[in-house]
Design a protein around this ligand. Structure first.
Ligand code: 3PG
Length: 214
């Protein structure tokens, strides 16, 4: 999917669960519960041996959701993600060789940034849909508020350390397209029971939808 189509999906449901799978079965259970709670876009990071098979299994189980491949930093991993059915790929930082490789291809890649210098360079390369990572460590909603004043044309997908009580702060920012992370399915490193996953997911979507943007 192209960046414009991804933006359209995330404008409706501004919450993207990010899963670094430790077990295929647990990941599938979490995805089922997240989808039941209203998730329409999910990111699975390709950082481990089991991630590829898990990605394939999630794709087969949920052909209708928007599925992103995370931690994609080179063209080989990008092509692998595309072959597994990824709708988009995303990385924690800028990967210039990969960005050049992806230009004009039908599966969008979202580069990561933190600083104004990185945002300026990304915009100069034509990238205005960006991941902001690690969000909380880099200042969270407060930093994004300042960055949004300087770069009103940029849409951010912050993730990293975000928790449910922070939703209103992020939701209020027009430059925040979506928030991502693990809070909706895991707590203290352990997966929540499925009914709780669906509940937290649904509450997070509502919180991100309900805010008056400033
Ligand atoms: C990411 O890749 O965005 C992180 O894994 C987010 O995870 P966290 O919500 O657990 O920080």
């Amino acid at each position: 999917m192209q960046a414009a189509d991804l933006i359209e999906v995330l404008q409706t449901v501004r919450v993207v669960p990010v899963i670094d799978p430790k077990s295929q079965a647990d990941c599938l259970l979490a995805v089922d519960a997240l989808v039941a709670g209203g998730a329409t876009a999910i990111e699975i990071t390709l950082r481990s041996d089991i991630a590829y098979d898990t990605f394939r299994a999630v794709r087969a189980a949920h052909p209708g959701i928007v599925l992103g491949a995370g931690s994609v930093m080179d063209s080989q991993t990008y092509e692998k993600a595309v072959s597994l059915g990824a709708d988009f790929t995303i990385s924690p930082g800028r990967c210039l060789t990969l960005e050049a490789y992806v230009a004009g291809k039908p599966v969008a890649h979202v580069p990561g940034v933190v600083t104004p210098t990185e945002i300026i360079a990304a915009r100069q390369a034509g990238q205005t849909l960006l991941k902001f990572y690690p969000s909380e460590a880099a200042g969270g909603a407060s930093a994004l508020k300042d960055l949004g004043r300087i770069f009103p044309d940029v849409l951010m997908m912050p993730s990293g350390g975000i928790k449910e009580p922070m939703m209103p702060d992020y939701a209020a920012l027009p430059g925040v397209l979506s928030v991502g992370g693990s809070w909706m399915y895991a707590e203290g490193g352990k997966h929540r029971p499925a009914p709780d996953v669906s509940k937290v997911m649904a509450r997070s979507i509502t919180a991100m939808r309900g805010a008056a943007q400033t």
